[in-house]
Ligand binder design. Structure first.
Ligand code: BG6
Length: 516
């Protein structure tokens, strides 16, 4: 954790905030400042932090992009997008906030542009009191990651980590590499200029409150952990379903990634780690990440035959979602008509470790599914002796714990209750926790938490290089098997729950996907 920084007195809200959560004065540099991520997620998150009094009084946000904008144009463009973001007290906070916004135009391969950026940063230090502390956020396509870091290094903009004095940190968006080899190569390039302590690899799922709550549920309660293992858990399902297909010409990018690179290698592996990891000794960044790495190390390393047995690759064909017709993936803009890309993946795996040996984990994710729903469900075993009448077909087992990551954030525990009457009949009933009703406000946006942590120097919710590499160790053989054998995806209709092959994957174990 970073040492507590002096909180400014200028915002009265700060008096009510824990002081440790206000970072030191700093500048956030947004590469890709004209892009979608900045306008939809990062700028609103920074603005919300300002409204909530969590930004230091001395801060600057510097946009860097090719477009020939000046400070005023950058401010005007951000004003337009922020005013659509439903930020409370936006208009009151904007006049002050906008004075912290600066713009520096240039391309990523032009050393002079980085000299101009340096001058802008020095101007921020002098006029806004940002003291040379810099958070560089690379909201750009992955081919520019190494180039930008190299230019920052050459321009003398990356200070080595030091005890006191200014800091420089770099946030790297996903994907970190395209497979194991390219992830290692990227790491080698970046580490010429950056130490691991300065490298913040983002996985925005870790910024979600409900994802962080997995550890609270497991390790701040006594009732779950004693049964959280192979002796009591029959299976675990992790679903990340998306209704969205390929909006705004996203097909061209997506065709190079597919669901397995876009969602499984990062977000789903992180969810798996949090569900399966051992208790860390404390909540320091490395303690948590050490335990996550052990989960990733217990993943199988599959042959092509194992892949065929345990992984279903799917792609959507025409269908309809909520009455709207959806074209097949192969007809989306930027997608070749013979694309073999996976828009859906289902995986059955077991972890090779003491706690989980033999327990199947079922993972599935896909685009153009009937609805957006991310959840983790833990199916517990049935009691050793059946005293009551058999449960309804399909109730699965005695107890089911469901963690709803999004939407309807919360958790529910299903258990068996006796149906009133003279028979010994059972019915599944539920205890339910909802964020919306339990806490006064909805959970904050993931990017708010992640940005503040990076400014504070807390990398707990960022992925360490060995997490990335170990996740690729599991994913790369799947990609290799698909690519070498030119595996045709199984098809599913847009608006359905995926290919029938995914159902068969579970039927082999006498299980089935939860209906969401
Ligand atoms: C991104 C993927 O990382 O996560 C997108 O690239 C996906 O394809 C998105 O839609 C899902 O994020 P969320 O927060 O909406 O679940």
């Amino acid at each position: 954790m970073a040492s507590p920084a002096p909180a400014s007195e200028s915002n009265p809200l700060r008096a009510f905030l824990p002081r440790t959560r206000v970072p030191e004065p700093c500048t956030v540099v947004l590469f890709g400042a004209t892009g979608d991520l900045v306008h939809r997620k990062l700028a609103p998150a920074l603005m919300r932090l300002a409204v909530e009094g969590q930004m230091p009084a001395e801060f600057a946000v510097v946009g860097f992009a090719r477009r020939d904008w000046d400070d005023n144009q950058f401010r005007a463009e951000l004003h337009t997008s922020l005013s659509k973001s439903n930020i409370p007290d936006f208009e009151q906070t904007w006049p002050d906030f906008q004075q912290h916004l600066l713009f520096s135009a240039g391309t990523f391969d032009d050393p002079e542009a980085f000299q101009r950026l340096k001058q802008t940063l020095e101007r921020a230090d002098q006029t806004l009191g940002t003291r040379g502390n810099r958070l560089f956020y690379l909201a750009v396509a992955p081919e520019f990651f190494a180039k930008i870091v190299e230019q920052l290094g050459a321009a003398g903009l990356i200070d080595p980590p030091q005890q006191d004095g200014p800091w420089s940190r770099v946030v790297i968006e996903k994907p970190f590499g395209n497979d194991l080899e390219s992830a290692r190569a990227l790491d080698r390039e970046l580490s010429q200029y950056l130490s691991e302590r300065q490298t913040y690899r983002i996985d925005h799922y870790l910024g979600k409150e409900t994802v962080q709550n997995i550890l609270a549920l497991r390790f701040a309660n006594t009732i779950f952990e004693p049964i959280w293992n192979r002796d009591h858990v029959r299976s675990v399902q992790i679903t990340v379903a998306e209704e969205v297909g390929m909006p705004g010409g996203r097909g061209a990018y997506y065709d190079t990634a597919g669901a397995i690179r876009d969602m499984v290698q990062n977000h789903m592996m992180q969810l798996l780690c949090l569900v399966a990891m051992e208790p860390p000794v404390d909540l320091e960044a490395d303690s948590v990440r050490n335990e996550k790495v052990k989960v990733l190390q217990s993943l199988p390393r599959w042959s092509a035959e194992d892949v065929a047995q345990n992984v279903v690759k799917g792609q959507y064909v025409t269908g309809s979602i909520q009455g709207k017709e959806v074209p097949p993936f192969r007809q989306e803009k930027g997608v070749p008509p013979d694309s073999l890309t996976d828009t859906y993946v289902a995986i059955r795996l077991t972890l090779n470790n003491w706690r989980w040996a033999g327990v199947p984990f079922y993972l599935r994710t896909g685009k153009s599914l009937p609805k957006r729903a991310t959840e983790i469900s833990i199916q517990f075993d049935t009691p050793p002796v059946q005293l009551f009448e058999p449960q309804d077909e399909g109730s699965g087992g005695a107890n089911l714990l469901v963690l709803r990551i999004q939407p309807n954030e919360g958790a529910s525990l299903a258990f068996q209750a006796k149906v009133p009457g003279s028979r010994r009949r059972l019915q599944e009933v539920r205890m339910d926790f909802r964020y919306g009703t339990a806490f006064a406000s909805p959970p904050p946006e993931a990017y708010e938490r992640l940005l503040i942590d990076a400014m504070l120097g807390d990398p707990t919710l960022y992925t360490r290089i060995d997490e990335v590499e170990n996740a690729w160790e599991f994913i790369s053989p799947i990609l290799k098997a698909w690519e070498e054998h030119k595996i045709e995806p199984a098809t599913y209709q847009a608006g359905s729950w995926g290919p029938t092959e995914a159902d068969q994957l579970l039927e082999r174990d006498g299980a089935r996907w939860r209906r969401l």
